[in-house]
Design a protein around this ligand. Sequence first.
Ligand code: FBP
Length: 568
Amino acid sequence: MSTLAEQLQKMETHSSVFESAVRQLPLPVCAAFGSATQPQAVSFASSPRVLSTKDSDSVARSFPNSVQASGNVVLSSSGTNLQAAQGKRVAVLFSGGPASGGHNVVCGIKRILGKGNTLFGVRPGPRGLLKGDLFEITDADIDSIINTGGFDFLGTDRTKIKSEKQFQQVKDTCIRHNLDAIVIIGGDDSNTNAAVLAEYLFKDVKADGSGVQVIGVPKTIDGDLQIGDLLPISFGFDTATKIYAEMVGNILQDTRSSLKYWHFIKLMGRSASHVTIEVALQTKPAVTLISEEVAEKKQSLSSIIDQIAHAVVTRADKGLNHGVVLVPEGLIEFIPEMHALIAELNDAVAQNAVEFAALHDLARPMFIQNKLTPDNATLLASLPDYIVSMLLAERDSHGNLQVSLIPTEQLLIDMTARSIKEIDASISFTAQSHFLGYEGRCGAPTLFDAAYTYNLGLTAGSLILDGRTGYMATVTGLTAGGFPQAIPLTGLLNIERRHGHDEFVIEKALVKMDSPAMKYFVSRRSEWAADDLFASPGPRQLWGPAAYQQPISVALNSASESLAFKIG
Ligand code: FBP
């Protein structure tokens, strides 16, 4: 019999009671893969669906090999692959922000590759691919990472592979490690990277003139990588939103208990408001801002403040001096006047990059203000320092403003407080700010994400054994058992202006005003504002009544009959 101290020490290094139990959780697999304990690789055949975008002609000219090979046709699994290749050497990497379930993708690939092929992990992310930092993944690794959250097994980063030198470095890595295939687990930008690499590595990498296959896997908590019924949601979204919804539910419970606070809660999700609308649907708070609606209605910052102040005053009239305001991370970029300011700032900083970089932080606002048109210069000067410094902070390697660092929630609190004072100084308005972001990206995956990602891994591995390149793995029919499919990446590419020039990108899926989820939310939000109708979804469950619940917005948008998902 061990002592309590000995028992506690055994729980170190990812061995808590929960982590040990969750590794044993059986995962369902799509019928196409056969048995759950010994899944078989599937082969793929063309479906009748061909994808195109407004820029398909330009894409065909720039990605001739990939487009000719795929015809931009969606693939569907077509039975067990009895001729599945052997001896393949495959590398897998994470790219971009972490999302729960990534480890299970790796596990699914490893299981499908089986003993006849070798899987290498790349550390960390695209940077690791450039450096050629690879190690062989073993069965023992899989037993230890299965159903665990985070990307810590491999690490991740945001390096964008774009220069000729970087392409050559990737090629060198492929040659040095004699690779046959690379799997990139990432979001819209990373899958764009995958499309570009698939074309670059299409042929002439190995001595016999053959190429290296590249397969993408759709990840991001933001939920902005969606392609209708072909990809109803990226993995990681369900876990992140359930974690946030639990916390928001707890805070709502506190508002009603302590009766004195307004909580302004910013939720991660970069640009799109999918995370915010999902958390609102789960918790029903008094006020929820949706960035896309702000842009659609061309709402100014002051009209957003009027909207919040109106809710505060109306609730105060009923004795409700408390409430929750959900704020999407990317809101600031969707407010028309801020959008125009940020666009001009991006160009001004890019055009004066050397001079700007050499300046002290404190000198930058004045320097850049002088480069702006009068309206934007006035707007920049009117913003608090804590917003200005973040608007001028370095962009990430994909050229994105780091919106997670901008304290929009504090700006809204300060401006609302001022407005309430002007309306009626006797109204009590005490506010707290929160940012729920990193708390949600690495939690242990929900059953939805755990099963979905494992099957995405089985699909990605099958695509490699079937000799495919330039596809993103997907599992469709998530309420009907799940079907492995593949989306041609070139069928998704559009041209967008980034960093001052045109680039091929996969378009971010934003919240649509006419989507069923948005319409349902709009039909209920005034009731939620008028009273305390909130609900607390509680902790996410892997066993129990809520375990089989898919995201509410996904269920609404895909016209599901219930919240239940069914894989296997
Ligand atoms: P991905 O698009 O790479 O999945 O990243 C999502 C995200 O979590 C955003 O919601 C957030 O804006 C961003 O990453 C934060 O990035 P970082 O981890 O670099 O701070």
